[in-house]
Design a protein around this ligand. Structure first.
Ligand code: A3P
Length: 272
């Protein structure tokens, strides 16, 4: 019989890699690393270390689900497995692919005020180019064209959340997607994480002791069984100073798209 005799310990079950239950789909620079690290504080959550890029890179997708599973961490039955690939959110083929591969997946999307996200995106590319010793392009040269915003600038497009969310909601019911407020997560992580636990129907476990504010970093860091750690130094970089009239153009530009996003999302965010 497979039933353990009463009073004896349950048979040990091996933890094995398996497909994710939860996917953090983006948005790039929204705070996706902070979110997956904070979620991993929960004993019933196991997260993939690296961004898997299974659904957005054809070369990975063609390797099939066995390869996908091989990229996932070992998990005990009952634990939730999670991966994050922020590029999924803006990649047009991904929602359909996830729906077909993981029809029961639950999705987490962390967003941030769109102008701030754009500046964070630019800053990341700036540092990538610095490392590769590539020629730098100023934010202004990328963002402006003949005195107007250059709508072809990719980082601008990635902040048009309603455009991308629309595609996800054509594939998944709204109830399967939880939105995390990335600005709130920076200011005060615990309330946002409580909402994530609730959405994932996890026992509330993440608590105030798991976070402490690090003055030097200027961000909350994580505490797990007395071990303390901050996110990598690439998280929480200084953003470039932007001319006030360009900032104003950005805030004006995102105003309508933001309202459309709130409408789709069924909630608002405290954005400029
Ligand atoms: P900046 O570096 O522009 O400040 P992602 O992990 O998706 O790339 O997002 C990076 C952003 O996460 C950072 O952008 C930072 O603002 C934000 N973040 C949220 N919580 C953080 C934390 N506790 N420590 C560091 N960065 C955090």
């Amino acid at each position: 019989s497979l039933v353990a005799p009463q009073g004896s310990a349950p048979p040990p079950v091996d933890a094995t890699p398996r497909l994710p239950d939860v996917i953090i789909i983006g948005v790039r620079k929204g705070g996706t690393r902070a979110l997956i690290e904070m979620l991993s504080l929960h004993s019933e959550v196991v997260a993939a270390q690296n961004e898997v890029h299974f659904f957005d890179w054809d070369s990975h997708f063609q390797r099939g689900v066995d390869w996908y599973v091989s990229q996932m961490p070992r998990a005990r039955p009952g634990q939730l497995t999670v991966e994050k690939t922020p590029a999924y959110f803006t990649s047009s083929r991904v929602p359909e692919r996830i729906l077909r591969t993981l029809p029961d997946a639950r999705l987490l999307l962390i967003v941030r005020e769109p102008t701030e996200r754009l500046l964070s995106d630019y800053t990341q590319l700036f540092h990538n180019r610095l490392e590769k010793r590539k020629r730098q392009e100023s934010l202004e040269s990328l963002l402006m064209r003949d005195g107007e915003l250059n709508l072809d600038y990719k980082a601008l497009n990635r902040s048009l959340y309603h455009v991308h969310l629309q595609r996800w909601l054509a594939a998944f019911p709204r109830t399967r997607l939880h939105l995390v407020d990335g600005d709130a997560l920076i200011r005060e992580p615990l309330p946002e994480m409580r909402k994530v636990e609730e959405f994932l129907r996890l026992q509330p476990q993440i608590n105030a002791e798991n976070f402490y504010f690090n003055q030097t970093k200027g961000f909350y860091c994580l505490r797990e069984r007395r071990r303390e750690r901050c996110l990598h130094r690439s998280k929480g970089r200084k953003h470039p100073r932007v001319e006030p009239q360009i900032l104003r153009k950005l805030y004006e530009y995102f105003h309508e798209p933001n309202l459309k996003f709130f409408q789709l999302a069924g909630r608002t965010f405290d954005w400029k």
